[in-house]
Structures are given as C-alpha cells and as structure tokens.
Design a protein around this ligand. Structure first.
Ligand code: MSP
Length: 516
C-alpha cells in the first residue's frame, strides 16, 4: 500500500512565502518519516494555475497567463529543490492530462445528476477565489483574510448539488480522525449543520480556466479544477489520463495537509465531489495554523513578508525547519520571532546537539587513536543511555504518527541533554588522567557517541541535512528510506576501532545582526 500525502497546490499569482514553505516542510518531514519506516510514499505538491486571480496577476506582469504560470511554477519547483524537499510529484493544473482528468470527473458528476444550472449572486473575494457569506445589501464588504474589498457577482453558472450530500458529509466530519487537529472539527461541523448549499462550479467569460465540456463560454471554477489536481498528480509519467487508474496509483490519499483557511474546501466540498464521482475519500485533512511575524500579519503592503529564499540563504534549511517544527504546536497559530528563532537554533542545535557530538568525538579521537573506543560495559542493552535511546525512539514514532512534530523534536533534544548530563557527571577529562580510569572513559565515550548516533538517526525526518552531517562525523552512512530506520535503531551499531573523521562543526550558530 502507498501512503499518499499532499500539500495544497499553491496559487501562482505570486512567489512562495513562509506559509507555503511551512506546509511543505511539515509534509516533507511526514513523507521522510513514513519512508524511513519502510512505507511506500507518494508525496504530492504542485501549483494551482487557473482562475481570475492568476489571470489578473499575469496581466499586471504584462505576460500571457501561460507564460506567467510557467515562470512562477518553475520558481516553486526550484525553491523546493533548494530546500531539499522530497516530493515525488509536482503537479501543475495546466498539465494537459489534468484537463482530461477534470473532464472525466465532471462527466461522472454530471451522470450522477449533480450538475444543475443556476444563478449565482454574491460577494466574491478574488484572492480567496471564494464567495463570502455577506448579505447582498452590504455596502463595502471586505475579505477578513485579505483585508481587500469584495466584488459583487451576478451570473448564470453551473452548480454542484452539494445539498444532496448533507447527511453523508455530516457523518464524515463528525467521524473520529477525519478532521485534525480535533479543535478544528467544531468549526466545520457548525458550517455543515447550518445546511449545505449548492455551489457554483463554472464561470462565464473567464478565459483562463478549463472549458466545461458541453457548456459554451463556461470554464471550471478554479477550486473545482484545483482539488482534482490531487488525482491527476498520481498518474505515472507514462500513464494515460484515466481516472480508472488512480486506485492503483495511491488514491485515496491518507493525508491532506492544508492551512486552516482552506479547510472547508477540503473537508466539505472535496469529499462531496468525490462521493458524486464514486471515488473513495481521503483519510484525513489536517488544518494547520497561520504564521504571523513579530505579532503582525504578514503582507506585501506591510513590507514584512519573510522570503523563503532569504531564510534559506541566511539561515539554512535545518535552522528554519527546527524552529517551525519544534516551536509551534502543529495545528496552532504561530508567531515568527527572530530573536527566539536564533536563540532556539543556537541553544538546541548548536550548543546541545552539535556540541555533544563535537566534544565527544574530539575526546575519542584524542585519547583513542582517532577511532571509536572499545565499548566495554557500554555495549549492554540496559546501559542507562541505551534505555534512553529506545524510549526516545518510541516517543518520536508516536509523536510523528500523530503529526506532533514538537513532541518529537523535544524528545530528541532531551535525549541529547541526557547524554550531555551523563558526560558531565562522568567527567572523562578527569578520569583519563589515571591509567585505571581509561577503560571506564572508553565505555562512557562509546555510550555517548552511540547516543549521538541515535540523535542523528532520529532527527532524520525533521532535519535531514543535519542528520546526514552528524552521521558523516560518525563515519556512518546517511539514512535512506525503505526501512533505513529499523536497521539503524539498534544499540551498539558503532564499531570499536572504526576511524572517526576530523570533527568539524555540524551546525553554525546563527548571528542575525539585521532583520531577515
Ligand atoms: N490554491 C489554493 C489551494 C488549492 S489546493 C487544491 C491556495 N493556495 S495558496 O497559495 O493561497 O495557499 C497555500 C497555503 O498556504 C494554504 O494552505 C494557506 O493556508 C497557507 N498559508 C497562507 N498564508 C499563511 C500563513 N501566513 N501562515 C501559514 N500558512 C499560510 O490556497
């Protein structure tokens, strides 16, 4: 079985920002965790390229919509490569096979009797690409997310008969585990309890979209088309565009990770569309929180947007991943604070984790011919640090299974702290001074080096780069997927006498003397 997980498909109206980076990093960690456990994973990301918002941003850039989409989606693809994101697929909704999938899906929905014509009146937010609930008589309604004026619409469209799915969706959203975290469930339940209304799935006179077969002048509403990107993404490079194939390609998805603002689309509209088309439903939709910066909403007009490129260049992927995954409970809103960011990275990664490895391997090299010292008593599986390592591994597994990155990160940090504490208590720098102390020193250094190896191994899904560098310092191979984790999680894998490379710092301290 394949574990299929997705990020949202990002709009190409603008370049990537910290919000999209956050979702993508989190998904990357989940994908790595699953692969390391031996699961087959299909990790999907990509771009959502149709609709009025994109059409307008292309016009503003003086480009054809296609040229604009090519440029920005190319930037996304490159960006994720630079961040080391391990996505298996990158879907663009302007892909011709996607268009064919949308047509097939629509034919099924139509055959179910779920497409009707109707009149759409209401206030529309182009940035959300969504009708809002404001009353028709409102004078100057604004979008509460984008703080921009809404536009009045009155047109004849095709509607999807969402109202027919009231009972099924009620049951689905109330079911345990479908909407996560649990705290977000209530909001969706309330929305559904208010009565589901049919929603329009086509637009008239919007050229930048997929034409609706059989309805001249109509193109698909961008959300109808975009959600289907999760299906088209599953096609293998040589597959024909055929909906029937998807069951063998990893549908249904196990997990959609999204921001809380687009939960309704994923937890209500999307399952109803799938029910109508006779396709199985995704297992879980996780709505994470929103990031602010120093307490303020990020926005172009405020000039405080954090650019993922700048972050990567000045701080490196490990630092940013650590801060976002370790500091913000996944699901809650979070605030990016530069001082806290550099403090955490310097304390946790440089001082605690990096330094543990550095000082231990320096001592081992100095006193034991540049090699892993003999383990002696430390080879016992009930060595206090061995017990800590296995307990930590169990805690990390449980936390990552529950998408609780923070608990996983904290458990690993505490393991490193325990090893540092052990080293301080045993003070090998004193014991080494006497010949009879030498055996004990060897065993203690072995135990701490082995614990550092476990720290590196357990860090692999969260901080793959740092993990790789730490393993390199221990002359251990980098971890790869396909159950690499099971093999690596045995106490005593370091072999006595194996040469230890010259220690180099695995992580540089962050010295941020100006705002990012
Ligand atoms: N194109 C749609 C998704 C279609 S999925 C079939 C879309 N794209 S988006 O580019 O606008 O948003 C992508 C994601 O970024 C959303 O999950 C959104 O919640 C997230 N974020 C946008 N701003 C954010 C923050 N400030 N903080 C955290 N995430 C935020 O929506």
């Amino acid at each position: 079985m394949t574990y299929t997980l997705t990020t949202p498909l990002y709009y190409v109206n603008d370049r990537a920002h910290l919000g999209s980076t956050y979702t993508t990093l989190a998904c990357d960690s989940i994908a790595r965790f699953r692969r390391l456990q031996g699961e087959r994973v299909t990790f999907i990301t990509g771009c959502d390229e149709h609709g009025l918002k994109i059409q307008r941003s292309a016009e503003a850039a003086g480009l054809t919509p296609q040229a604009h989409c090519d440029a920005i989606s190319g930037e996304y693809r490159d960006l994720w490569r630079r961040w080391g994101i391990s996505n298996d697929r990158f879907i663009r909704t302007t892909d011709p096979r996607h268009r064919a999938i949308v047509e097939q899906f629509f034919a099924r929905v139509e055959a179910s009797g779920d497409v009707i014509e109707g009149r759409q009146q209401g206030w529309y937010c182009v940035a959300c690409e969504e009708f809002k609930e404001e009353s028709p008589s409102a004078t100057e309604p604004h979008c509460s997310i984008h703080l921009r004026p809404l536009e009045w619409r009155d047109e004849l469209n095709l509607f999807f008969r969402l109202s027919r799915y009231q009972q099924q969706i009620e049951k689905l959203v109330a079911s345990e585990g479908f909407i996560a975290p649990r705290s977000r469930r209530r909001e969706v339940e309330n929305f559904v309890a208010g009565g589901l209304r049919d929603f329009s799935i086509s637009r008239l006179d919007l050229p930048w979209g997929i034409p609706v077969p059989g309805y001249d002048g109509h193109t698909f509403y961008v959300w109808f088309d975009a959600l289907l990107g999760y299906l088209s993404a599953l096609l293998e490079p040589d597959d024909p565009a055929d909906l029937e194939l998807l069951a063998q390609r990893g549908w249904p998805a196990q997990l959609h990770v999204i921001g809380k603002d687009i939960l309704r689309f994923h937890a209500v509209y999307w399952p109803a569309m799938l029910l109508s088309a006779g396709l199985p439903l995704p297992e879980k939709v996780f709505g994470h929180g929103f990031l602010t910066r120093e307490g303020q909403k990020m926005g172009k007009s405020l000039g405080n947007v954090l650019d993922p490129d700048v972050l990567l260049e000045r701080c490196g992927a490990d630092a940013v991943r650590w801060y976002l995954l370790r500091d913000i409970p996944f699901g809650d809103d979070g605030d990016f604070q530069q001082q806290r960011f550099s403090d955490l990275v310097n304390n946790d990664l440089a001082n605690t984790i990096g330094n543990l490895l550095n000082r231990t391997s320096s001592m081992a090299r100095r006193w034991f011919d540049g090699a892993v010292p003999p383990a002696g008593d430390a080879s016992a599986a009930d060595h206090p640090l061995a017990l800590r390592c296995t307990a930590c591994a169990e805690a990390v597994d449980a936390a990552l299974e529950a998408l609780d990155f923070r608990s996983a990160a904290v458990a690993i940090l505490e393991l490193a702290e325990a090893a540092n504490g052990f080293l301080n208590d045993r003070a090998p720098w004193k014991a080494i001074k006497s010949e009879e102390g030498r055996g004990g020193v060897a065993a203690d250094l072995y135990a701490v080096l082995e614990t550092s190896r476990w720290v590196a191994v357990l860090l692999a899904p969260l901080l793959p780069d740092l993990s790789g560098r730490m393993l390199g310092q221990l002359a251990q191979p980098e971890l790869v997927g396909d159950s690499g984790w099971t093999a690596a999680r045995h106490w005593g894998k370091l072999a006595c006498g194996d040469p230890l490379p010259e220690p180099t710092p695995v992580l540089h301290r962050l010295e941020l003397d100006s705002p990012l």
